[in-house]
Design a protein around this ligand. Structure first.
Ligand SMILES: Cc1ncc(COP(=O)(O)O)c(C=O)c1O
Length: 366
C-alpha cells in the first residue's frame, strides 16, 4: 500500500505560498537550532552528491541522483554515523564510559556503535535480536557480526525480534549491572518515547544537502530514503522544513507497513521539534511513506529489491544492501521512472550486510 499526499492540492498550496508569503530557503536556521547540542566528531562529512547517469537512463527517468551517506567514513559508513554523532556527543557530556545498544543480528547501527566506541575509547555492549529467522552461518557470523567482534564489543543475544520495549528493558538491566561494577553506562534506546538524538544527525544532513544542491545549481524535487526506526526520515524532513525547503521526502518502508510507519515518523518529527526547541514545522501531509517494496518483510529480499541491487552494481558500480538500501533504491527507481523532475536517492549504507546474505545472493546471481 502506498500512502501519499494529495499532491495536486499540495502543489497548488505551495504556489499560492510562493506568490504571497513563502519564507526564503535558509539552511542557517538549521545551524542555529543545532548549535546547543554536543556532537562527537566520528565521520567524514560532507558526503558526496552525484548523478547516477546509467541508472537514470535505465529507468527512463528525468534524473536520478544519489547522496552517498554509505561513504560517511567510520567503519564502512552509513546513516548511523550521523545519528551516533549526536548520541555519543550526549553520552560524552554525561561522562559515560560504556555504550549499550540493541539491533538485529546484521544491524548496521550496532556495528557503527562498536566502531565509534572503539574510536572514542569507550566500552561497548551490543545486544543482537533474532528479528529474522535465519539459521545460516553467514547471516549469524559474517558481515556486521564479524565486525562487531573485530571492534571489540561484548555481544549478547536477545531471543525476540519485534519487541522493542523488551529489548530496551533488557539493555537497561545490562546497564544496571555495569553501574554496579562502577561504570557509567549510556543506553541508545530502540523504542519510541526517548529523546531522538539520532534524528538530529539528519536535521544536519538536510543543511548539508541544501548547501550542496545550491552549490551544484541542482533542482531536486523529491528524496527517497529508507524508513526503519524513522529517525533518518524524520530528521531529514524536519531539517528541510525548518530551512523552508518544500522538497518532498518519501520514506521507503523497510520494517513495517506505511499505515504504521507514517504516524511513527510524524511522532518522531514532533519529538525532534521539541528537542530542537522550535515551533512545529512538519505537517502530517509532509510525512509520506511508501511500502510498495517492503515485501516479503524485514530483512528479506523481494524481486524489486534484488533487481535494484543488481542494477546499482552493474550500471553504477554501487553496492546497496539487502535489508535497507536495495528496497529504498527500488522505491527511488520506481518513483523516478514516473517523475517529471529530478529524484535523489539517499544511500544510507548497510553494505557489510551483503556478506551475511551470501547464500541468497549467490543463488540469485547464478
Ligand atoms: C543501512 C540502513 N539504512 C537505513 C536504515 C533506516 O534508518 P532509520 O532507522 O533511521 O529509519 C537503517 C537502520 O538500521 C540502516 O541500517
Amino acid at each position: 500500500m502506498r500512502l501519499r499526499t494529495n499532491s495536486k492540492r499540495f502543489n497548488c498550496l505551495t504556489s499560492v505560498l510562493t506568490l504571497h508569503q513563502k519564507a526564503p530557503m535558509n539552511p542557517q536556521l538549521i545551524e542555529q537550532a543545532l548549535d546547543k547540542f554536543n556532537v562527537a566528531s566520528i565521520g567524514h562529512f560532507p558526503t558526496i552528491l552525484e548523478p547516477l547517469p546509467r541508472l537514470t537512463q535505465h529507468c527512463g527517468a528525468a534524473g536520478l541522483y544519489v547522496k552517498r551517506d554509505d561513504c560517511s567514513g567510520l567503519a564502512f559508513g552509513g546513516n548511523k554515523v550521523r545519528q551516533l554523532s549526536y548520541y555519543l556527543g550526549d553520552a560524552i557530556a554525561h561522562g559515560a564510559d560504556t555504550i549499550l545498544i540493541t539491533g538485529a543480528v546484521q544491524s548496521n547501527y550496532v556495528r557503527c556503535t562498536a566502531a565509534a566506541a572503539a574510536k572514542l575509547g569507550m566500552t561497548c555492549h551490543v545486544q543482537l535480536e533474532e528479528r529474522v529467522s535465519k539459521e545460516n552461518h553467514a547471516y549469524n557470523h559474517s558481515g556486521n557480526v564479524l565486525l562487531d567482534y573485530l571492534f571489540g564489543a561484548t555481544v549478547t543475544r536477545y531471543p525476540h525480534g519485534e519487541d522493542e520495549a523488551g529489548a530496551d528493558a533488557s539493555l537497561e538491566s545490562l546497564a544496571n549491572a555495569y553501574k554496579e561494577q562502577g561504570r557509567k553506562p549510556y543506553v541508545i534506546h530502540l523504542s519510541m518515547g526517548h529523546k531522538p538524538f539520532g534524528a538530529l544527525g539528519y536535521v544536519d544532513a538536510a543543511r548539508e544537502l541544501l548547501v550542496q544542491i545550491a552549490e551544484q545549481s541542482l533542482s531536486i524535487d523529491r528524496i527517497v530514503v529508507a524508513s526503519g526506526s524513522g529517525h533518518t526520515h524524520a530528521g531529514l524532513l524536519t531539517g528541510l522544513r525548518l530551512a523552508n525547503s518544500s522538497i518532498e521526502v518519501i520514506g521507503a518502508c523497510v520494517r513495517r507497513q506505511a499505515s504504521l510507519q507514517q504516524p511513527r515518523v510524524l511522532t518522531l518529527c514532533g519529538e525532534a521539534e521539541r528537542l530542537l526547541q522550535i515551533d512545529s514545522v512538519v505537517t502530517s501531509a509532509d510525512v509520506i511513506c511508501d511500502d510498495s517494496c517492503l515485501a516479503p518483510g524485514y530483512g528479506k529480499l523481494g524481486a524489486e529489491a534484488l533487481d535494484a541491487l543488481k542494477h546499482a552494481a552493474r550500471l553504477e558500480g554501487m553496492v546497496v544492501d539487502p535489508v535497507y538500501t536495495a528496497k529504498s533504491l527500488a522505491c527511488a527507481m520506481a518513483v523516478a521512472t514516473v517523475a517529471e523532475s529530478n529524484t535523489l536517492f539517499l544511500h544510507t549504507g548497510g553494505t557489510p550486510a551483503i556478506f551475511g546474505y551470501e547464500d541468497e545472493l549467490t543463488a540469485a546471481l547464478a
